[in-house]
Design a protein around this ligand. Structure first.
Ligand SMILES: [Zn+2]
Length: 92
């Protein structure tokens, strides 16, 4: 129960980055279709760092899968502030 709650909180934080729209397709997404995706997939060494977590709808998440994408391709609807964070994360 506790664990689930923590997960929900994280999801809210990530989705607050875009105010509830998908970072890739820009559509407003209902709560039960919201997912969190890793910009750099875990498969490619990405971590659970907040900067690496982006809000994607289920469809975009599925389409992205574990591919590496450019910021422009992956999150055109993300605010500049968060884009900068991703750049920093990628550059480290
Ligand atoms: Zn989407």
């Amino acid at each position: 129960m506790k664990r689930r709650k923590r997960k929900e909180n994280l999801k809210n934080l990530i989705w607050a980055k875009t105010n509830g729209i998908c970072a890739k397709c820009g559509r407003g997404v209902e709560i039960d279709k919201r997912t969190i995706d890793h910009f750099i997939p875990k498969y490619h060494g990405g971590t659970d760092d907040m900067r690496n977590l982006i809000p994607l709808c289920k469809a975009c998440n599925r389409a992205k899968s574990s591919r590496l994408m450019s910021i422009e391709e992956c999150c055109p609807f993300l605010d500049e502030e968060y884009i900068k964070q991703i750049r920093k994360y990628v550059g480290k």
